[in-house]
Each structure stands twice: as structure tokens, then as C-alpha cells.
Design a protein around this ligand. Sequence first.
Ligand code: SF4
Ligand code: FES
Length: 325
Amino acid sequence: MLKLTIDHQTIEVAEGTTILQAARKIGGSVVPPAMCWYSKLEGSGGKCRTCLVKVSEGSAKDPRPLPKLVASCRTPVIDGMVVQNKTSPEVLEARKAIVEFLLINHPLDCPVCDQAGECDLQDLSYDNGKVSCRYQESRREFDVIDIGNLIKLHMNRCILCYRCVYVADQISGKRIHGILYRGDVSEISTYIKNSIDHNFSGNVIDVCPVGALTDKTFRFKNRVWFLKPMTAHRDCPTCSGKVIAWMRGSEIYRITGRKDEFGEVEEFICNECRFEKKNINDWIVEGPTTLKRHSVISQNHYKEIKTPSVINPLEEKMETQTNDE
Ligand code: SF4
Ligand code: FES
């Protein structure tokens, strides 16, 4: 086992574990954000740089610091390593710059975006972003396209994390689409159209950290914060059938995979469950889901807020009178 210290917390991990995986084992504030690495997708990571950390001691044998910040999702732990995440001003400053960079081309259309409220980039900006942006040049623009009759691609919002590419590549078993070109003209290839027939293609929506890939059966139907996420399952011949049914009253507005505290789906679900089963009778609804991850939409769970004992002056007056009597 290898010993690693992150933000003063020490853990022992197996050889081959990355700094990010080790941080997730500890949990809490030591976990760096990750916009491209996805534990269930082989080869993911190393694209977005949001997970940068400072290695202040390289190893037990050679405690010199590493000269630059490193991507924690791709850097394996070495015995005796000391890492700083939130405790390093340099990391926090770099993360602000990364957010600013990601927002250069990402439009601020949260008010009309289906991902608003559960968007990783929105959360990242709230937690690590700057209040202003220095970018004045025009943003790159693409047409919104349908990739099949179930998924919509807003390339303008894409941060080129490659997750959807890996989903299409690894879940459908053959190379179907990728990212064309390089630099600021890079885009998801429309070859994705060819992958749309695959019964697991809808998972590209769940892994997309922003609102670039959206569910056409749910688009503009409701805001996620008005819906109640309910844990539900069905006996599905294709996938596990374990889902979250997003409901309002007894109506199901959308179906997604169940996500863990890091925003990753626990099990990929099939298109039939996701797009075709919107009737309450299709599901055994187990009950309300507690959202495990920190997100804008979990802000409605006012567990920590203490309600004031007196809400309006009239009640205050009456309370004082009652106390006097
Ligand atoms: S469409 Fe979404 S998942 Fe695909 S590369 Fe862009 S941001 Fe990532
Ligand atoms: S999560 Fe590590 S570079 Fe994106």
C-alpha cells in the first residue's frame, strides 16, 4: 500500500490509484472537481484541467515538490506523496483561470438551458469561478442539431470533455464518432448520428457535464428544481432498470440513471427505460431520492437553515404581549 496525504489528511491506497481516486476515498473538500474524468469510462480524464492539484512533496524517497500543478485524475500516487488541493492558493487561482477558460466559449444561457440546476459547470463556476470574464472576442458558434430523434446537440455549450465519445465508443463496442479538428474549432463529429440507433446511446446525456447533449423528450418541459427525483425500478430485459424518475405530481417528466455523490451514473440505462417508459405504471416507485451530490438543485433542501422564531412584526408584537402577560 502507498501512503498519501491530501490537505493534511492521510490515506493508504493500492498501487496504480490516482490522486483523484484517493481523494474520493477520503471524500469531502479534499476532492478536486472533475469535468472530464469518469470512473466508468476507460481512458477518460486529462482534458479539462479542473482537477489540478499541487504536489508539495513528490515521494518519501524524493520529497522535492513537482515543478508544476498536475492533473490529479491522471497522476498516480507515489508512496509518501503530499498533495494540496483546497489548501493551496496556487491551485485555487489556477482553478479560477480554468473556469474562465471553459467559459470563454460556453454561452451563459443557463436561463434557457435544460441542464440548469444540475450542471457541473454551473456548480464549478459557483464554487471556483471569478465574478467577471475578460474575454471580449466573439464566441464560436454552431447550429443546434438533432442527433437522431431523441437527443439534441448544442455544440456551443460543449466543453470538449470527450465523455460522450467514450460512451459511444465503449458502450456500443465500436468507434462511432469523435471530435473533429483541433483548438477552438474542435467539434463533436456528426458521425454521432450513426450511433443513435444503439440502445444505450441516451447515456451520452447523463455523462455530459454541461447542457450540450439534452433529452429531446424532456426539453423545455420543466425545470429540474420543480421536479421530485424518485428512485424507481422496473424489470428491464436490457439494463438493470434502476433509475431516477423525475416527477411532478403523478406525471413522469424524464428518466435518468442514478448518480453518485460525484455526479457519475451508478449504472448505464437503456434507451427504452430512458425515453419510452414515461408512464407511472411502467415503474415501481420506491420513494423520494436524496440527491447525493452537491448541486444547485440540492439547494432546495434547507436542512441546515434555522427558521427564525418570529417571522413578521405583528406576530412579534403578539408574542411579546403574551410573554408580558
Ligand atoms: S457534448 Fe458534452 S459530453 Fe460530449 S464532449 Fe461535449 S461536453 Fe463532453
Ligand atoms: S478531470 Fe482531470 S483533467 Fe479533467
